[in-house]
Design a protein around this ligand. Structure first.
Ligand SMILES: Cc1cc2nc3c(=O)[nH]c(=O)nc-3n(C[C@H](O)[C@H](O)[C@H](O)COP(=O)(O)OP(=O)(O)OC[C@H]3O[C@@H](n4cnc5c(N)ncnc54)[C@H](O)[C@@H]3O)c2cc1C
Length: 309
């Protein structure tokens, strides 16, 4: 980033009430615990500030990335030479309107699932234990155990790449397996509205506990990771294919294909982003050669010069 742009963004962010951090280590901000510094990280508290900052970055061609809870993200060791926008306290409210919940994009998905249960509303049990933010979950159409955000989504409030505030309907969000329209239109979610069904609190709790129990049994939650490394290939399970190729436990540097669940690459011992990338490439190559199946990464990569989808 040019010094002029850095200084302008620092001034603008401060005037708009943001917390401005320079050279913020992204290893602190991702569940992988990997990644070099972001040139600027702005903790944004209002939609108006977000619209101004995002609009400015987009019109002036300043590299800009919106960070949720960093739970599906591999940031390069060199860091990111751009502006990271993080939706902070001003975006964490959750309110009920009849059988709908309206949740700020910065709220944790697990907090939303708890809120729904406490209000006797069913439909978000699947999301309990997904360590993302509401905004990141909308972007990824996060899902588990037969449920996904698509099932409950009514609409999203967004800031567009032009810095305008708009509401997108569920149809406009175009949600499908780990896909949303946001991946193309680059809008930032500020809040979502979901529609749920009244149900018995104890029944909801039982389902949430069942899903959490299955996560604890099957997933290597004791190590930093970004969850499932690969998308589910049609007709297969990524973990089973990787295991079949003898790669369970395979390591590159500090990164390892989890010995507990081969679908997870874990940061076993101070892994670098390069370790993880090299390991992913080896797994993809081996699985392709031995089974003919292409494994597509689910984890997103934020690199020094930008980000790759
Ligand atoms: C242990 C573990 C288990 C997991 N289990 C699951 C699972 O069962 N199912 C599942 O689907 N995922 C799972 N994940 C992956 C991850 O939690 C989800 O993909 C989650 O939705 C990512 O949300 P986030 O806030 O962390 O997003 P981030 O990782 O911060 O960002 C992911 C993408 O979302 C974008 N984004 C974030 N916030 C916004 C916003 N407000 N507006 C627009 N774009 C935004 C980012 O720019 C980025 O492109 C797991 C991860 C871990 C570590």
């Amino acid at each position: 980033m040019e010094m002029n742009a850095v200084n302008r963004l620092i001034r603008m962010g401060t005037e708009l009430g943001c917390t401005v951090l320079e050279n913020e280590p992204m290893a602190r901000r991702t569940t992988f615990r990997i990644g070099g510094p972001a040139r600027l990280l702005l903790e944004v508290h209002t939609t108006e500030a977000l619209a101004k900052l995002y609009g400015t970055c987009k019109t002036e061609g300043i590299p800009c990335f919106v960070l949720g809870n960093g739970s599906n993200l591999l940031v390069d060791d060199e860091g990111y030479d751009g502006v990271v926008l993080h939706l902070s306290e001003g975006f964490t409210s959750i309110v009920r309107e009849d059988d709908d919940l309206i949740a700020g994009a910065g709220a944790k998905l697990t907090a939303l699932a708890h809120f729904a249960r406490n209000n006797g509303l069913s439909g978000l049990e699947f999301s309990f234990g997904i360590p993302g933010s509401v905004g990141g979950a909308a972007y990824m159409n996060a899902g588990a155990y037969g449920g996904e955000m698509k099932d409950v989504m009514v609409s999203c409030e967004v800031v567009t790449a032009q810095g305008e505030i708009r509401t997108l309907t569920a149809a406009e969000m175009d949600l499908s397996y780990r896909h949303s329209a946001l991946m193309k239109n680059e809008s930032i979610v500020t809040s979502i509205r979901v529609h749920l069904q009244p149900d018995d609190k104890e029944a909801i709790t039982a389902r949430m506990n069942d899903f959490m129990g299955r996560r604890k049994d099957k997933q290597p939650l004791e190590y930093p990771s970004a969850g499932s490394t690969f998308k589910r290939p049609v007709g297969y399970f990524a973990g089973a294919l990787i295991q079949q190729c003898g790669l369970k436990g395979y390591s590159v540097g500090g990164a390892q294909v989890s010995a507990k669940h081969a679908g997870f690459v874990i940061n076993r011992d101070n892994a670098t982003a390069k370790d993880v990338r090299d390991l992913i490439a080896h797994v993809q190559k081996t699985v392709k050669e031995e089974t003919g199946v292409t494994l597509e990464c689910e984890v997103l990569r934020l690199g020094a010069g930008g980000w790759e989808k």
